[in-house]
Design a protein around this ligand. Structure first.
Ligand code: SAM
Ligand code: SF4
Length: 321
């Protein structure tokens, strides 16, 4: 079997797919409040194109797929797509990153279709603040989504919180306390200055060191999955864990095992690079597609340059996070 390896001997086993750039929310660090220029349906990869591309990646050793966006649950037919991907030989894990707003409605169907787990973004436990950062979304819907995901077994649930200075740094303790009785991983993500929202983000960055300074009882947990960007901690006796994802203050590039497919069919080898390679034009020729992927993968950069002040032009909702 052919293996997907880059020039730095990193084996690529994980593909993240942005299935839409549309979203039913407007997080201030991700989307401009006035909205975005919507892509027409034919600019977005069809399900057939996505499954063709996934099946070639699977043949090359990719085992894990994450569906993201924009908001993946606003893509019509998302449950069918999960089912189609779960039927592809070699794919043994399918996960989804969501804002949770529609999860109550879809959790059961997604589980039945073969989804394994969900990551749910939640930046505040206060309904007013949540509404403020998302420009009007409802925290109640997110909690209902989390409950439903738990009920149907889309577990372990990971909660993602982007740390924002003078916004949610006073909630760190409350967020960590969610791990006392719940088997959640709560993961703090450092804010990135990226795309059209760079101006909003640039003065609101807070290092994840803040979490360790505030919560002295956190003890490091031995990392089982070296490719995970999160370093994990736990308060002894608590059920869940606390993850710190530090794209700015510390690199995790040495063990990177992932690439990204944008909603219009471009392959991104690194989240923090503007370089993209069009795969859509080969989506119906699997032999050519395989050849191209093996060629393109050699261009994967050794590491990103975010900590050197580089600003990425593309928006997070276009890349998928
Ligand atoms: N809509 C889904 C959601 O919000 O979970 C999936 C797409 S969203 C782009 C994926 C992740 O990227 C979310 O956890 C979000 O918080 C994170 N994200 C978006 N913009 C970010 C930024 N500027 N810095 C750090 N994380 C960001
Ligand atoms: Fe939408 Fe997710 Fe971006 Fe928020 S972070 S605007 S929910 S894509």
């Amino acid at each position: 079997m052919k293996i997907l390896k880059d020039n730095f001997n990193r084996k690529i086993e994980y593909l993240r797919i942005s299935v839409t750039n549309r979203c039913n929310s407007r997080c201030k660090y991700c989307m401009p409040p006035e909205g975005i220029k919507l892509k027409s349906h034919d600019e977005i990869l069809s399900f057939e194109e996505i499954t063709n591309i996934v099946s070639v990646f699977a043949k090359l050793g990719v085992k894990k797929i994450r569906l993201t966006g924009g908001e993946p649950l606003v893509r019509r037919g998302i449950v069918d797509l999960v089912k189609k991907i779960s039927d592809i030989e070699g794919i043994n894990e399918i996960t989804l990153t969501t804002n949770g707003l529609l999860l109550k409605k879809y959790a059961t169907k997604l589980k039945e279709a073969g989804l394994d787990r969900v990551n749910i973004s939640i930046d505040s436990l206060d309904k007013e603040k949540y509404s403020l950062i998302t420009c009007g979304s409802s925290l109640k819907d997110v909690f209902e989504g989390i409950e439903e995901a738990k009920k149907v077994g889309l577990e372990p649930i990971k909660l993602n919180t982007v740390l924002v200075k003078d916004f949610n740094d006073n909630e760190i303790e409350d967020l960590v306390n969610l791990t006392r009785d719940n088997n959640y991983d709560i993961r703090f993500i450092e804010l990135m200055t990226i795309g059209d929202t760079s101006n909003w983000s640039k003065d609101r960055y807070l290092s994840n060191e803040t979490v360790l300074k505030k919560i002295k009882d956190l003890k490091p947990v031995i990392k089982k999955d070296k490719s995970s960007p999160a370093d994990y901690y736990q308060i002894p006796g608590y059920k869940g864990r606390v993850g710190l994802i530090n794209p700015i203050s510390c690199g995790f590039c040495d063990n990177c095992n992932r690439v990204r497919l944008t909603s219009n069919g471009s392959l991104k080898l690194c989240l923090h690079s503007d370089e993209e390679y069009d795969l859509r034009k080969y989506a119906y020729d699997k032999i050519k597609l395989e050849e191209k992927i093996l060629e393109i993968i050699k261009e994967k950069p050794k590491e990103h340059k975010l900590n050197e002040g580089v600003v990425i032009k593309k928006n997070m909702f276009q890349i998928g996070g």
